[in-house]
Design a protein. Structure first.
Length: 316
């Protein structure tokens, strides 16, 4: 038996070795599978993390690459120029501006006479902000192209972006509060709560009206810019008048003018007297009748006073 055992011992060791190798292979396979599954799960999670990071990166890139917040500007242009014919130039500029900008509005046009057929003209227009640069360029170059002189150009710019955005934000918040108050009002059952909500709702609606009015004003000023134009005539010095030589014709014309003037004065006086004769003639007649009566009365009384008394003569 001992020999048989010794003969079979290598074979048993071989079987045990093969079993150990199989166990090791099975363990390696399981660990490999677990490692492969772990590795597979990691890449599966990595794309999501990578996607989130990519999304965040892309979002930040879009935020950084997005244009700056819109600016809201209020602009006004004041331009003064000298031209030969201010009336003609005013008409030309008005026609050009209203043709270029069909929504332009002429707010004010004034004519001030400064001499014989000489006028200072001032005009004010509201033009679209998108067409403002073109109108500004045209007005700057107009005097040089039309034998005039550019006197002054002033461009005023005011940035109201913060005010505009804050006003919009306040309006949005107030409208949201208004909706919440309306919801509370519809669900309220207590009279005290209803009165409190109604008072708050009234205050909020009043603020909304004020803010909307302010926002509309800002929209108008940032959508339409003001253009003020001042036109002055180019005054040329009048030639000095030379003393005129003596001329019989000139003397005759002067005398004729004086004669006509005196005739006009006399005729004017006659017309006045004729018109007022309605009042004058009755007074004249009354005065004549009074004088006539006094004269007759004086003639009747005079013989009695002047006749001497004759004593009677004695008879011898």
């Amino acid at each position: 038996m001992f020999h048989i055992v010794r003969k079979k011992q290598p074979f048993a060791f071989m079987l045990i070795g093969l079993a150990l190798v199989a166990v090791v292979l099975v363990g390696c396979g399981g660990s490999g599978a677990s490692m492969s599954s772990g590795n597979a799960s990691i890449p599966a999670a990595m794309p999501a993390q990578h996607s989130a990071q990519s999304s965040t990166t892309q979002k930040s890139a879009n935020t950084s690459s997005s244009p700056a917040s819109q600016q809201y500007l209020i602009k006004s242009l004041n331009i003064s120029m000298e031209v030969n014919d201010t009336q003609k130039v005013a008409m030309d500029l008005q026609n050009w501006i209203t043709t270029t900008d069909t929504e332009a509005v002429a707010n004010n046009i004034n004519y001030e006479q400064t001499g014989a057929n000489l006028y200072n003209v001032s005009m004010t227009f509201s033009v679209q902000a998108s067409l403002f640069p073109r109108i500004e360029s045209y007005l700057d170059s107009y005097p040089a192209l039309n034998h005039g002189h550019l006197l002054n150009t002033t461009l005023n710019t005011q940035d109201v972006s913060n005010d505009y955005i804050d006003t919009q934000s306040r309006l949005t918040n107030l409208k949201g509060e208004q909706q919440r108050l309306l919801t509370l009002m519809s669900n309220a059952q207590n009279l005290g709560d209803i009165l409190t909500i109604d008072q708050r709702l009234t205050d909020v609606e009043g603020q909304i009206e004020q803010i909307e009015a302010h926002l509309n004003d800002l929209k108008g000023q940032t959508t339409f810019y003001t253009v003020a134009i001042s036109l002055q005539p180019i005054e040329t010095a009048a030639p000095a008048k030379q003393p005129a030589a003596w001329s019989p014709l000139a003397v005759w014309e002067g005398a004729a003018s004086a004669f006509v003037a005196v005739g006009q004065v006399l005729l004017t006086m006659f017309i006045w007297l004729l018109m007022f004769s309605v009042y004058i003639i009755p007074f004249v007649i009354i005065a004549w009748l009074v004088r006539r009566w006094r004269h007759i009365h004086a003639l009747r009384v005079a013989p009695k006073v002047a006749a001497p008394s004759i004593p009677p003569q004695s008879v011898t």
